[in-house]
Design a binder for this molecule. Structure first.
Ligand SMILES: Nc1ncnc2c1ncn2[C@@H]1O[C@H](COP(=O)(O)OP(=O)(O)OP(=O)(O)O)[C@@H](O)[C@H]1O
Length: 261
C-alpha cells in the first residue's frame, strides 16, 4: 500500500505557480532523492511534507489520510545548516525533543523517565559517532559534526518520514562521503522513509532508491511565473542508463538558464 500519496498537487504563492500537478506514490522505507534547478520548488515540496506549508490544490495523504497540517513527530527535518540549538550542549540538543514530547510544559524529565531518555540519547550519539563530544557546544563542532548532531536530533524522535534539505551541501567532499555512509547505515537501521534534496545528481544516485527530478516543462519568457515545476522523471535507481542521466542534466541546466534570465 502507498505510504505517501500525492494527487494533482499544486502550490502557488500569489500569482507565482511554483509546483504544478505533482503525482507520486511512495512506499514506506523508500529513499527518494530530489534534484532540479534552483528555485524549482524542491524545498517547498519538503515544507508541504513537513506540514509547514499547505498546498493550493490537490491531495497529500499519509497512510490514506490527509497530512497533519502542523509539523509533528511523524516527520523530522534537517536543513543545510544551523538546525541545532546553539545554547544547548550536544547531549541536551538530542535530549530536548524527548523532553518536550513527554513533558511539553516543563520541558524536563525526572527520575526513571530521564534515565531511559538519556540511555536512548547515548545510543543515538554513539550511532552518529558523537559520544566523545556529548558535552560540547555546537560552536565547538565541525560542520560535519553539526550535521551529524542535526540528524541525531531528528532520528531520536523516530520519525516515520525524514526530510533532508541539502544536508551535506556545505560540507567538504571527504566529509560528505563519511556522511553518506552514516546516513545509509541509519536509514537501514531505522527503516524510515527519506526525502532528500540535493544539487548533486551523483549524490542523488548514490544514496537514493528512487530519483525524482523537479523541472519546468513549460516556459513563458514574458511571464516567468506562469508555470510551475513538476516531476519530470521518477526513476528507480540502479536501472537507469547513461543517456537518461545526460538528458536530466541537460533539461535541468536549461531550466536554470531560464530562471537566471
Ligand atoms: N514563503 C514564500 N513566499 C513566496 N514565495 C516563496 C516562498 N517560499 C518559496 N517561494 C518561492 O518559490 C520558489 C521555489 O522556492 P524553493 O525554495 O522551494 O526552490 P528550490 O527548488 O528548493 O530552490 P533551491 O534549490 O535554490 O533551494 C522560489 O521562486 C521562491 O522564491
Amino acid at each position: 500500500m502507498s505510504f505517501i500519496t500525492v494527487n494533482n498537487l499544486w502550490k502557488e504563492y500569489g500569482d507565482q505557480v511554483v509546483l504544478e500537478n505533482l503525482n507520486l506514490s511512495v512506499k514506506q522505507g523508500e529513499f527518494c532523492t530530489l534534484v532540479g534547478a534552483s528555485g524549482c520548488g524542491k524545498s517547498t515540496f519538503l515544507k508541504m511534507l513537513l506540514g509547514q506549508e499547505t498546498q493550493t490544490r490537490g491531495e497529500l495523504l499519509l497512510d490514506g489520510a490527509a497530512f497533519p497540517a502542523e509539523p509533528d513527530r511523524n516527520r523530522g527535518i534537517v536543513f543545510q545548516r544551523y538546525s541545532v540549538f546553539p545554547h544547548l550542549t550536544v547531549r541536551q540538543n538530542v535530549l530536548m525533543g524527548l523532553e518536550l514530547e513527554q513533558k511539553p510544559l516543563l520541558g524536563k524529565l525526572f527520575g526513571r523517565a530521564r534515565k531511559d531518555a538519556l540511555a536512548r540519547v547515548e545510543a543515538m550519539l554513539e550511532s552518529v559517532g558523537l559520544s566523545p563530544s556529548a558535552n560540547k557546544w555546537p560552536h565547538e563542532l565541525s560542520g560535519g559534526m553539526q550535521q551529524r548532531l542535526a540528524i541525531a536530533q531528528s532520528l531520536i524522535m523516530r520519525p516515520r518520514v525524514l526530510l533532508l534539505d541539502e544536508p551535506f551541501g556545505a560540507l567538504d567532499p571527504g566529509i560528505r562521503s563519511d556522511m553518506h555512509n552514516l546516513l545509509l547505515k541509519l536509514w537501514r537501521e531505522t527503516g524510515t522513509t527519506i526525502f532528500m534534496v540535493t544539487h548533486d545528481l551523483k549524490e542523488g544516485f548514490y544514496l537514493g532508491t528512487r530519483l525524482l527530478v523537479f523541472d519546468k516543462t513549460r516556459h513563458d519568457p514574458h511571464s516567468p511565473n506562469a508555470y510551475g515545476a513538476t516531476i519530470t522523471y521518477d526513476l528507480p535507481i540502479g536501472k537507469t542508463d547513461r543517456a537518461v542521466l545526460e538528458d536530466i542534466d541537460h533539461s535541468v541546466a536549461k531550466t536554470a538558464r531560464y530562471q537566471a534570465a
